[in-house]
Design a protein around this ligand. Structure first.
Ligand SMILES: [Zn+2]
Length: 437
């Protein structure tokens, strides 16, 4: 309240500052947690209640832009929990700051961010995991400013990162490369399924074998019975009605056994779905609308974790049904890599490496766990790209170099708004740089 009444701080900055000073917020269940700007807003908007004023409507329903006569407010010092002068100042600042939202009408375009809803901050994710509090996770949401689409960190929360946002084009480029790694070439599809079945058999080999055996035996029995009935009918031992009854009975049983899918077939089905989902994202990405992309991503992924400082994807989770697919896919990558190393010819066509593998005891290779699978793929994703050990912040970029570039672009005829967009700085800033300030 005191910070707000000075009029110098916004809600976000107050939240940052209170967190820095180790203030904790107690929620309804009385458990302390870190503050965010929304908490600050809620407290601020309750200024009247803290002053003992009773309104007809609750805080939620009183618009902040409502003009009030501050001198005539019925503060009641006997019921106030904060000094009334402070509350009056808060009310004044709040009234000045807030405006009635203008009606944007049809010009206000809804934008879709393909990865919104599944994208999370890597630092917050770690905090959430170490403190076992899923509320600490922060989703990265879409933002449109200065002509650039970005994914931006939840405001008001500090988790140790320096960069608060990333251009969406850059992140999505990484994402689409990841999809490329997940994609399965048609010629190795059957191979992957085989690996999966093999791995599965290792786990539940008895059940599997029992079912397959039972099915084979039952089917053989049915066919023998039909054959026997045919013979009996031919010999005249049974009449036509009895023969038809026997045949129908056995045919029904055959149909029953045929329609029962085994684990193996189920697995094949899951696999096909997954291969298709991945392929679809990869194939349709460039030609789809952002709204469609969002649908494709949400269909397959439950989360993608991103490090805003290092600008890379650090973790991802597929939907549970796709988990098995992922481990097998990663397993295949490891095999490909091993094959490449062995033959000492990395430039060799992968396809060749894969078929080669079929004969080299490939099916005995253990598959990675889900977590290992994710790491394998991410390592692949950034293979050959050196990992920055410091945060990639725009601020750390040598300004002189950038400023010279700004001047150069200006001299070759770039417009100021274009330059501003290119460097992600404001238009006035470009003018300042050009004037040498
Ligand atoms: Zn964070």
């Amino acid at each position: 309240m005191r910070l707000y009444s000075t009029g110098k701080y916004g809600l976000d900055r107050i939240a940052y500052r209170m967190n820095k000073e180790n203030w904790a917020f107690r929620d309804r269940t009385n458990t302390p947690r870190a503050l965010n700007s929304d908490d600050v807003r809620r407290v601020i908007s309750n200024w009247a209640e803290y002053g003992g004023i009773v309104f007809e409507k609750g805080t939620k329903w009183r618009p902040a832009y409502e003009t009030l006569n501050l001198d005539e407010l019925p503060f009641r010092s006997d019921r106030a929990v904060f000094p009334i002068e402070l509350l009056r100042a808060v009310a004044e600042v709040r009234m000045e700051r807030t405006r009635k939202p203008s009606d944007h009408g049809k010009n206000h375009e809804t934008r879709f961010y393909p990865l919104a809803g599944v994208l999370y901050c890597a630092h917050c994710e770690q905090l959430a995991e170490s403190q076992e509090d899923p509320r600490l996770r922060s989703p990265l949401s879409g933002q449109f400013a200065n002509g650039i689409l970005r994914y931006r960190h939840k405001p008001g929360v500090k988790c140790g990162i320096h960069n608060r946002s990333v251009p969406s084009a850059e992140l999505e480029q990484d994402f689409i490369r990841l999809m490329g790694l997940l994609m399965v070439k048609p010629e190795v599809e059957h191979l992957m399924l085989e690996i999966a079945i093999q791995a599965d058999n290792g786990r539940q080999v008895h059940e599997q074998r029992d079912f397959e055996q039972e099915k084979t035996e039952a089917l053989a029995l049915c066919y023998r019975r039909i054959e026997a009935a045919v013979n009996l009918y031919k010999e005249g031992t049974i009449d036509k009605a009895e023969y038809l009854r026997l045949r129908e009975q056995n045919e029904r049983e055959i149909a029953h056994w045929e329609s029962r899918t085994s684990e193996t077939e189920q697995l094949g089905l899951e696999f096909a779905l997954c291969v298709e989902a991945v392929d679809k994202i990869h194939r349709l990405w460039t030609i789809s609308s952002d709204e469609d992309r969002q649908g494709l991503v949400r269909n397959l992924f439950s989360s993608v974790t991103y490090d805003l400082d290092r600008r890379r994807i650090t973790d991802f989770r597929l939907k549970p049904w796709a988990g098995r697919f992922l481990t097998v896919r990663a397993g295949l990558h490891e095999l490909e890599q091993a094959a490449n190393v062995k033959e000492n010819a990395p430039q060799q066509d992968r396809q060749g490496a894969c078929t080669e593998l079929l004969h080299t005891g490939l099916l005995t290779i253990p598959l990675p766990s889900l977590q290992e699978a994710v790491f394998t793929l991410i390592e692949r994703l950034y293979a050959g790209i050196s990992r920055p050990d410091k945060a990639i912040t725009g601020k750390s970029q040598p300004k002189t170099e950038r400023n010279n570039e700004v001047k150069r672009l200006d001299s070759i005829g770039w417009t100021v708004p274009d330059i501003a967009r290119y460097f992600d700085v404001s238009i006035p800033r470009v003018y300042q740089i050009l004037k040498g300030q």
